[in-house]
Design a protein around this ligand. Structure first.
Ligand code: BMA
Length: 300
């Protein structure tokens, strides 16, 4: 269903003009005819920073000379950014590891040159927060993934009047037992608007004797009530298959933080391979929607 680009990987540590060990888990958006990629890199300390790369076609990227976001103060690491264009500004959510656990922070920019850090928008422990590009009944909405000790890690929805204070939280989608996503799931790319609903690309994890396998799947949410899931594709849309997805810093991982919808009905989906390199592939939005509608598994 996803056509891998024939020249993957599209960005690796060899392309970065400052010392990094990996280039992975990147958000990508189109800003003024330029594709902007915010990517995560491990340093040799084992901690992560976020860099920026630019492209005119969505396939060939050139990294800026300096990182975009680095840990500040008590922060150990900044990881896995997602970007949503909402009311004319780009909202960036990213994981922050600190002595207090892992939380999600929010930053915003108009141009990817100047960035304003707003601060934490979750308690610990949370990862994988994607903000919807529209408001619902006057409230911002996000998909999020709290960690739980007594239930499989699932996808929740939360709402906010001001992007800072979030609530009305509700679990909307769980892993399915003995299924490719049975261990845990999490939001991937910010939801994409289609005529049939909001298309959400998520990651699902399956435990094996050789460790966890990270794959990607799709879900469709109601356009007006995003807490209502219309359908979840029963089968994965992408699994680790290329050598740089099977082997690397963490083997058997494809992990997405962003996708770009094009005007011709195709989608460019970006994913990190084995937590080491960045890859891209193309899909037809209509095929992903059909999978959700016609070959679905229960949402929970
Ligand atoms: C998750 C996160 C991701 C990573 C994945 C596979 O828990 O840490 O950033 O890509 O594991 O290692």
């Amino acid at each position: 269903m996803i056509r891998r680009y024939s020249h993957n990987p599209i960005l690796t540590k060899a392309d970065i003009p400052y010392p990094v060990e990996t280039v992975h888990n990147a958000a990508v958006v189109k800003h003024e005819n330029e594709y902007i990629m915010l990517f995560r890199s491990h340093l040799r300390t084992g901690r992560s920073i976020i860099g920026l790369a630019r492209s005119s076609d969505g396939f060939h990227f050139t990294a800026d000379r300096q990182p975009f976001l680095i840990p500040e103060g008590e922060e150990f690491s900044v990881e896995d950014p997602r970007v949503t264009l909402l009311e004319g500004e780009y909202l960036i959510t990213y994981s922050v590891y600190s002595p207090d656990g892992v939380q999600i922070a929010l930053a915003r920019t108009h141009d990817f040159n100047r960035v304003e850090r707003i601060g934490s928008i979750t308690e610990a422990d949370y990862r994988n927060v994607v903000i919807f590009p529209e408001k619902f009944d006057g409230l911002y909405a996000r998909l999020d993934r709290p960690h739980s000790e007594i239930a499989p890690w699932s996808i929740w929805i939360s709402y906010s009047p001001d992007l800072r204070f979030w609530g009305k939280s509700q679990l909307i989608m769980r892993p399915v037992p003995y299924h490719w996503d049975e261990m845990k799931i999490g939001p991937g790319a910010p939801p994409i608007k289609t005529e049939q609903g909001w298309l959400s690309i998520y990651h699902g994890v399956f435990p094996t004797m050789d460790g966890s396998v990270y794959r990607l799947g799709v879900a469709l949410h109601d356009l007006k009530k995003p807490a209502t899931i219309i359908g979840v594709g029963d089968s994965w849309i992408l699994q680790p298959e290329d050598p740089w997805e099977i082997t690397g810093y963490v083997h058997n991982v494809v992990f997405t933080c962003g996708a770009v919808a094009e005007s011709d009905g195709t989608l460019k989906i970006y994913w990190g391979g084995a937590d080491t390199v960045m890859c891209v592939g193309e899909a037809n939005v209509s095929d992903l929607v059909t999978l959700c509608l016609e070959h679905s598994r229960p949402a929970k």
